[in-house]
Design a protein around this ligand. Structure first.
Ligand code: NAP
Length: 284
């Protein structure tokens, strides 16, 4: 039997229709949500991510400002720009596109963003709040993943979750969010032994490694929910996930495709966080 596809593209479309109405309402209240995006250098992948974030803002009426700074920008100059945006009233969210050039400290940059405008959810204050189950800006990719699972009415409570990957932006927080939903969570990473024994226990398997077709159906328990976060190019230049979709879909009950899976939901949750931030200002 072939798995049901969880389409991030379709869910994102639905959510964005609703968000458009929320933005209109806020605009009528005099607070148009505003997002500032800072891009350093000319990495083509980052440029493409930033362009789609801007396009998505425009589509639902969020005001967006893009600051494209040269690769030679100093850390001091960047922190100065962030400080300015922290105080700019019409900006409710600030996003610095990662990765940064080597001479700039990612930690210093993330920590310089006002936590109330940290719509990426990367600031240690938001991470700490998320860990302790308090209200916080949730990191967009993990947040989108939880929304995708819930959109199909899949019960998370009590489920065995295995997350492959432990990055600060995807693996660790998605495990934490699923733990907050009362799942039992196991993490796998590059030092994990007998990974297959672990992935085969997963009712929900989340894979965020960054290697094309890293896992196939052999690693999937029959009936598992498979969430593929990876975005990779194969030898033919085609976008593929970390999971071999064709092989995994015959074992899984639900599966996310690449492209059209987790990706569109990541931007959607960024828009959502920006609206939440503007809403807080409007209802202060
Ligand atoms: P990352 O920072 O490179 O982390 C990769 C993780 O995979 C690490 O924790 C690493 O373990 C683990 N890993 C590497 N080789 C492994 C192996 N052989 N066995 C088990 N684990 C292994 O990557 P990331 O930022 O989390 O991104 C992961 C993927 O998701 C990438 O393809 C990225 O493009 C994609 N992504 C997609 C979205 C989206 O919106 N769709 C958003 C973010 C990321 P160690 O910690 O031990 O090194």
């Amino acid at each position: 039997m072939s798995a049901i596809i969880i389409s991030g593209k379709e869910l994102a479309k639905e959510k964005r229709e609703q968000m458009k109405l929320e933005v209109e309402k806020l605009t009528r209240q005099g607070v148009t949500p505003g997002l500032a995006v800072i891009l350093i250098g000319e990495d083509p992948a980052s440029q493409s991510y930033v362009r789609s974030k801007q396009k998505s803002c425009k589509e639902i009426g969020i005001h967006s400002e893009l600051y494209e700074l040269p690769e030679t920008t100093t850390q001091e100059e960047l922190l100065g720009k962030i400080n300015h945006l922290n105080h700019q009233e019409n900006i409710h969210g600030i996003l610095v596109q990662l990765p940064l050039p080597n001479h700039i400290s990612e930690k210093a940059v993330i920590e310089s963003i006002d936590p109330t405008k940290d719509v990426d959810g990367f600031h240690p204050i938001n991470i700490g709040r998320m860990m302790t189950g308090q209200e916080a800006f949730l990191p967009c990719t993990p947040y989108g993943i939880v929304e995708m699972i819930k959109s199909k009415g899949i019960d998370i409570e009590g489920k065995q979750v295995v997350v492959v990957g432990r990055s600060n932006i995807v693996g660790k927080p998605v495990g934490q969010l699923l733990l907050n939903e009362n799942a039992t969570v196991t993490y796998c990473h590059s030092r994990t032994r007998n990974m297959k024994d672990l992935t085969l226990t997963a009712d929900i398997l989340v894979v965020a490694v960054g290697k094309a077709h890293f896992l196939d159906g052999e690693y999937v328990k029959g009936g598992a929910v498979v969430i593929d976060v990876g975005v990779n190019r194969n030898e033919e230049g085609k976008l593929v996930g970390d999971v071999n979709f064709d092989s995994a879909k015959d074992k899984a009950s639900y599966i996310t495709p690449v492209p059209g899976g987790v990706g569109p939901m990541t931007i959607t949750m960024l828009l959502h966080n920006t609206i939440i931030s503007a809403n807080r200002v409007a209802n202060k």
